[in-house]
Design a protein around this ligand. Structure first.
Ligand code: UTP
Length: 302
């Protein structure tokens, strides 16, 4: 009898990028620490990993990213002050990020691209399948994606990426996948990948979004992947090699996501994420929704 495939247990969160698209906020603050309502974006990402059963988290960081480590560490002084005041509600908030998961860190040194950041995780991950969650991409907590991806990996092996239909007019901003049917709704088999295709040359309108479940064979491929677009080692290039040759690390499947996802390095998407999540909050939500309705009906209509 063959052994069952290993369960996906580890999550890698690359967060070493410079975040230049969100300057000046990111001059001295990591973009992953920008709050959506009152919680740093990165905490939503770690919560998403934990919700999918991955509680071993490796963050790939670099210069200027100390705040990430501090956020997931204890803050004894703050806890003592809140304990002294008997402010248990805020104490719980402060402790929540520490108690969430076991968070490990590795530094990337030079930010030589997303593929290089993932390669920095190799010693921690070893020979297991693992998930990659981009620290600046938010998946709406109401639309779970990662657990459906790990389920596909556990059933079919290989690697699993997430795709989203962004429309033919926007596909040139993204990695784009050529796909074929996998014989079931919401799942496709990836046959090729093209980074930011020119208009008219895209094989589909399906864009790669920042969630991956990868076979550890990706490390060997990344180690041999030459710098591509922007002089950076691209994860998409390694995945293209794997999609074209299933002998390397098994097939590449994709879950086609139809929920809400926000690329928080774009100002507009950051604002949309903030408004949507604020509206849904039980504490600030009711008052904010009332204000928003009035703002749209009266101020915007004026
Ligand atoms: P991006 O290219 O979107 O991030 O990388 P960036 O470099 O911070 O963006 P801009 O263009 O300067 O605004 C996607 C993800 O990969 C990580 C980033 O932190 C982000 O989560 N990344 C990127 C690394 O960890 N290391 C790198 O060398 C590059």
């Amino acid at each position: 009898m063959t052994a069952p495939p290993p369960r996906v247990r580890k999550a890698v969160i690359p967060a070493a990028g410079l975040g230049t698209r969100f300057l000046p906020a990111t001059k001295a603050t990591p973009k992953e620490m920008l709050p959506i309502v009152d919680k740093p974006a990165i905490q939503y990402v770690v919560e998403e990993a934990v919700a999918a059963g991955l509680d071993d988290v490796l963050m790939v960081t670099g210069r200027g990213k100390r705040a990430l480590e501090d956020h997931f560490d204890r803050n004894a002084e703050l806890e003592a002050v809140l304990t002294g005041k008997g402010d248990t509600a805020r104490l719980d908030l402060v402790r929540a990020s520490t108690d969430l998961a076991t968070v490990h860190y590795v530094r990337q040194g030079d930010p030589r691209g997303l593929g290089h950041a993932v390669l920095c995780a190799a010693p921690h991950v070893g020979a297991e399948p693992f998930a990659v969650l981009l620290g600046d991409n938010l998946i709406d907590p109401a639309d779970p994606l990662l657990s459906s991806m790990t389920a596909v990996r556990e059933e079919l092996g290989g690697s699993v990426i997430a795709l989203m239909d962004v429309g033919a007019e926007h596909i040139n901003r993204y990695g784009c996948a050529a796909v074929e049917s996998a014989g079931r709704d919401g799942l496709v088999r990836v046959t090729d990948l093209v980074e930011k295709p020119e208009a008219g040359e895209a094989p589909s309108a399906l864009a790669v979004i920042g969630r991956y479940v990868l076979d550890p064979a990706v490390f060997e491929v990344l180690a041999k992947t030459e710098p591509g677009r922007g002089g950076e080692i691209q994860l998409t290039d390694a995945l293209r090699t794997m999609a074209r040759d299933p002998e390397i690390g098994g097939p590449v499947h994709a879950v086609v996501f139809t929920g809400h996802r926000y690329d928080t390095c774009y100002r507009g998407e950051y604002l949309r994420a903030t408004v949507r999540l604020a509206c849904r909050r039980e504490d600030v939500g009711p008052e904010f929704r009332t204000w928003l309705q009035t703002f749209v009906a009266r101020d915007l209509a004026a």
